[in-house]
Design a protein around this ligand. Structure first.
Ligand SMILES: [Fe+2]
Length: 566
């Protein structure tokens, strides 16, 4: 884009807002289409197979500086861009933030030129919500793309694109799955890649959208990378002001803004939105005498989250409730599970084996069991922040032990299961798997949190490892949070290969894994099958638009086998 045009697009709008904006968008769309065509052509040619035995070099093409963003430039009054989320078949939440307590108009259209306005309205930005705006736009048509924008006086926001969910009868859905975006560990190339795809209905975010961590974390946490992206504030977030500033930093990132402007998000909470190792009444590093009451910290963290993410007030009587069902036509019942804010304190053996211990809490567990048992859709998806399949074995070889320790998939003492994930709640997991096993032939679990790519056959109980799986679990790698090569300072895709092989040997229910890469999954669903593609970005240590499809998997409805199809 020429400097002249860039200057033109940043000028304040003159009178006749709709007409001027139409002309501006018209010019930008042509240039953007050309830009995307060039980028897509080079990107798709890089699709290659993964696997350490035939790992292709990742240095095709060049690392890109993203000097030209495909998104229209943000007006400084709307410095944090626009976003949308929580789509339903007839509604979606649109979001922005302004610089002052003012009235803000919004409008939503079927076209990016805004020549056919579907809905519009006005609301007030309030300091008590950190000048953020969440509008639940209702009475929309199902499975329809909409464009939206905001205006405050002479200031106009960039344009966001969103989409409603399908209604009953629709036979397809296609979305992305991500987790764990640690700002000081890398650039959000994953978000940039998702933003320019254009083939996704929504983004399922499994949590750790922010990290609350300090730039100088305690020994139990991994320090950031030395790439010039320190956290703001530089200390661990504990107050409402801290969490707000951290979200503001994330939402100032151009790749975060591009992602949000391109599709709606369905978010779930993990521990780092609140504090490392969070549980119902505390967290690993939370000291009440030093940090104040845990309940106030949790409330502050979740308030900032509800302000800065496009979120519907689903449960006004219980605003902290995160678990919920999202109906995707009659194709998918998407059950979003909260394994952090309601769980009992993570505990080592022998306490961890107590039957009474819960990762879900009584109310969520009742809801989950009832939801699974009453699920009528073709597929039942569990969106599960922390890995459900076991990563434990009674006889761990040295290579597997090192990998599991570094990835925090066994306890730090090296001799016990990790009590922070589902392995730490074995009795309840067995009960849950027993309930899930009644959902014949259509069960998929989508997980995050562990910063590595895994495909698991979901099986109940180590004694039944030889039996047919009850479903399949797809664990997405992190967006940036460190994994094995990052922690070991190895070249990606080199020394880790032996450790991947060792883990696949150790865990017979693990079908595939990659311990080094960062990226996202694309989930494509129809009546007959679910297909999951693992997309890995080349690096997170600098901005890059190079990605590759590492593997692709197909699960046919009603079958107990999985097929690699890349
Ligand atoms: Fe994480």
């Amino acid at each position: 884009m020429s400097k002249t045009l860039r200057k033109l697009t940043r000028m304040p709008l003159p009178e006749g807002w709709l007409w001027e904006t139409f002309k501006r968008r018209f010019l930008l769309i042509d240039l953007r289409s050309f830009w995307l065509f060039i980028k897509e052509s080079s990107l798709r040619s890089l699709m290659v197979r993964n696997g350490c035995d035939s790992k292709p070099p990742l240095n095709h093409g060049s690392v890109e500086k993203y000097s030209e963003s495909p998104m229209s430039p943000a007006n400084p009054f709307f410095a944090h861009g626009v976003a949308s989320g929580e789509p339903l078949s007839d509604a979606v939440v649109i979001w922005t933030r302004v610089q002052d307590a003012v009235d803000v108009d919004w409008e939503l259209s079927l076209s990016p030129e805004f020549d056919h306005i579907k809905a519009f309205g006005s609301c007030r930005a309030e300091l008590e919500n950190d000048l953020t705006i969440n509008v639940d736009v209702t009475e929309l048509d199902p499975f329809t793309v909409y464009y939206y924008r905001f205006r405050a006086g002479r200031h106009v926001s960039s344009v966001g694109k969103t989409k409603t969910l399908p209604a009953s009868g629709e036979q397809r859905a296609r979305f992305a799955q991500v987790s764990c975006a640690k700002y000081n560990a890398g650039f959000f190339n994953t978000y940039a890649a998702i933003a320019k795809r254009g083939d996704l209905d929504f983004l399922l975010h499994l949590g750790d959208y922010i990290y609350e961590a300090s730039n100088n974390p305690p020994g139990s946490q991994t320090p950031g990378a030395d790439i010039g992206r320190p956290f703001k504030p530089d200390h661990e977030c504990k107050s409402l002001e801290d969490y707000r500033l951290r979200y503001e930093q994330y939402r100032s990132d151009p790749d975060v803004q591009a992602m949000h402007a391109s599709l709606p998000i369905i978010p779930m909470v993990d521990d780092h939105e609140i504090a490392d190792g969070a549980w119902r009444d505390g967290a690993d590093e939370h000291d009440e005498t030093r940090d104040g009451p845990w309940s106030l910290r949790m409330q502050a963290a979740l308030k900032a989250r509800s302000e800065w993410l496009p979120m519907r007030k689903n449960f006004p009587e219980n605003p902290n409730r995160a678990y919920r069902t999202i109906q995707i036509g009659n194709l998918i019942d998407l059950l979003l599970v909260d394994t952090r804010t309601m769980r009992d304190r993570p505990a080592p053996p022998p306490e961890m084996y107590l039957e009474s211990r819960s990762a879900l809490g009584v109310h969520q567990r009742d809801w989950l069991y009832r939801s699974v048992e009453s699920s009528k859709s073709r597929w039942c998806f569990i969106a599960n922040p922390s890995v459900m399949s076991s990563t434990w074995s009674d006889s761990i070889d040295d290579k597997s032990r090192l990998a599991l320790l570094k990835l925090k998939l066994i306890a730090s003492n090296g001799v016990d299961p990790d009590w922070d994930q589902w392995d730490g709640y074995p009795h309840e997991r067995e009960e849950l798997l027993s309930v899930l096993s009644k959902k014949k032939g259509g069960l998929i679990v989508l997980s995050g949190d562990i910063h590595a790519s895994f495909v698991f056959e979901l099986k109940s109980g180590s004694q039944q490892l030889s039996s047919d799986p009850i479903g399949f679990e797809f664990v997405v790698p992190s967006i940036t949070s460190q994994n094995l090569d990052d922690k070991m300072k190895w070249e990606p895709g080199t020394l880790s290969c032996e450790y991947q092989a060792a883990l696949l040997e150790l865990l017979p229910h693990a079908v595939w894994c990659d311990l080094d890469s960062h990226g996202y999954n694309v989930i494509d669903v129809n009546q007959d099958r679910v297909q999951v593609e693992y997309w890995h970005v080349q690096t997170v240590l600098q901005r890059s638009d190079i990605e590759r499809m590492a593997s692709s998997w197909k699960v046919r409805h009603g079958e107990t086998s999985i097929e690699r199809v890349d």
